[in-house]
Ligand binder design. Structure first.
Ligand code: GLA
Length: 433
């Protein structure tokens, strides 16, 4: 097909990825469990994916992030075993249950390496034991998730956190509390195990924002997360009340956190911090940025010019996040000049990620530019970037129009057809009642 013929194809209507309901998700996970293991699960646990409103690539720099939990969740039907065996099944592997030995699991690159999605489940059990919370029982588990895979919406963190709350209960760790009455300190503890599973067992050098969101968010709120000390504040974020919606655009552009690009950004930040003599880039206040950038430029480092741009992104992004949180917390309605300012901060975040952090891609930029042109108050990529998803803050009545415009723009560019999600701020990980 030539380019000219692509642009004449009438774009299809936007496809929204639905979130499984409180009834459907557990039913599908439990059915798969029964089919695979011929037994009843002890229960079904779930954990949400996330989008980050602002504060990107700040977590591993000790900065601020502001994620919300999605209504899209991973459901895990699980039954405790009396031995040390783990058996796992998902809709994709229903004909071949994976069998692992809890005593043999090890980090990536060791003989105990665990492959594919099993790493996110077995890795959490391994990390909890490494943390002194074992010995844990083995378990059988069936996964049914509606968090789009590879969409940059933390499908892996959702799986880790669903595993963590399930094991917390069946092994009697007593750390999580419930989604409505969470034990936040206990959840922070579980988050560290999930991050360890991701970093060491799955081998993705991520920073912990995703797992914190899945475990520690609250419905109707965004989570201000201070990644230096793990402290959090629930920030009211009732979009429906403000007549707004947060539209998620899953670009369907391939995204991976283990392909080296993410790790390269992280390494640049660590190098910058070292050259500046600080522990973390969050130690550089916005007021000291010009001087810090001059020092990096004059450092003689072979990558000095790159380090300048990476550092500029991180420090300005932390500042934008702080300002956006302050706006949301001032108690006034999210409208008028305040809404415009929130949008400007979101736009500034994307532009900085595109120009200074260089982690966007044509699909993300086209989604963002099109949403802005169609009247979004603000639009930006969300998550790690290099593909994945973007978000647009739009008037509730204009969601369909903006989504249609993006579908048309993608068709014109010859991109894969995007998918869309509604990002209502939802509940954190827990057990299905
Ligand atoms: C990914 C990582 C997070 C965070 C974001 C960027 O989602 O998993 O830890 O670094 O990218 O903000």
């Amino acid at each position: 097909m030539t380019d000219a013929s692509v642009s004449t194809v009438a774009p299809t209507a936007p496809v929204f990825s639905p979130a499984l309901s409180d009834e459907e998700g557990p039913r599908l996970a439990a059915e798969l469990f029964r089919e695979a293991f011929d037994a009843e699960p002890d229960g079904v646990w779930y954990a949400p994916g996330r989008v980050n409103v602002i504060g990107e690539h700040t977590d591993y720099n000790g900065g601020l992030a502001l994620p919300i939990a999605l209504p899209h969740r991973a459901f895990l039907a699980l039954r405790r075993r009396e031995d040390r065996t783990i058996r796992l099944v998902s809709p994709q592997t229903r004909d071949a249950v994976d069998v692992l030995d809890l005593d043999a699991i090890g980090p990536k690159g060791t003989p105990g390496e665990v492959r594919h999605w099993n790493a996110y489940v077995a890795g959490v059990a391994w990390a909890l034991e490494q943390d002194g919370l074992g010995p844990l029982p083995g378990f059988d588990a069936a996964l049914y998730s509606c968090v789009p895979l590879g969409g940059g919406l933390s499908s892996s963190a959702a799986l880790e956190c669903a595993t963590a709350v399930a094991l917390d209960e069946v092994a009697g760790l007593g750390l999580a509390g419930t989604p409505t009455e969470p034990d936040d300190a206990g959840r922070a503890h579980l988050v560290t195990a999930c991050v360890r599973a991701e970093n060491e067992v799955a081998g993705a050098p991520t920073g912990g924002m995703d797992q914190s969101a899945s475990m520690r968010c609250a419905a109707g709120h965004a989570l201000e997360l201070d990644c230096r000390d793990g402290s959090t504040t629930q920030v009211p974020f009732d979009l429906a009340e403000a007549g707004l919606a947060l539209l998620v655009i899953d670009t369907k552009a391939k995204h991976s956190l283990v392909d080296g690009q993410y790790g390269a950004r992280r390494a640049s930040c660590e190098r910058s911090a070292e050259l500046l003599g600080v522990g973390l880039l969050a130690d550089v206040p916005a007021s000291a940025l010009p001087e810090a950038l001059d020092r990096l430029a004059a450092s003689g480092d072979a990558d000095a010019e790159v380090l300048v741009r990476r550092t500029r992104h991180v420090v300005t992004e932390i500042d934008r996040t702080r300002r956006l949180v302050d706006l949301l917390q001032d108690g006034s309605p999210l409208a008028g000049a305040k809404l415009a300012e929130v949008g400007t901060l979101m736009n500034g975040s994307h532009d900085s990620l595109r120009d200074d952090y260089e982690c966007t891609c044509p699909e993300l930029d086209v989604a963002v530019d099109t949403a802005r042109a169609l009247g979004a108050h603000g639009a930006r990529m969300t998550g790690g970037g290099f593909g994945g998803s973007a978000i647009a803050l739009v008037d509730a009545g204009r969601v369909d129009e903006v989504a249609r415009g993006i579908v048309a723009a993608y068709a014109e560019h010859g991109f894969n057809e995007p998918a869309f999600l509604d990002a209502t701020p939802s509940a954190p990980a827990g057990r299905v009642a």
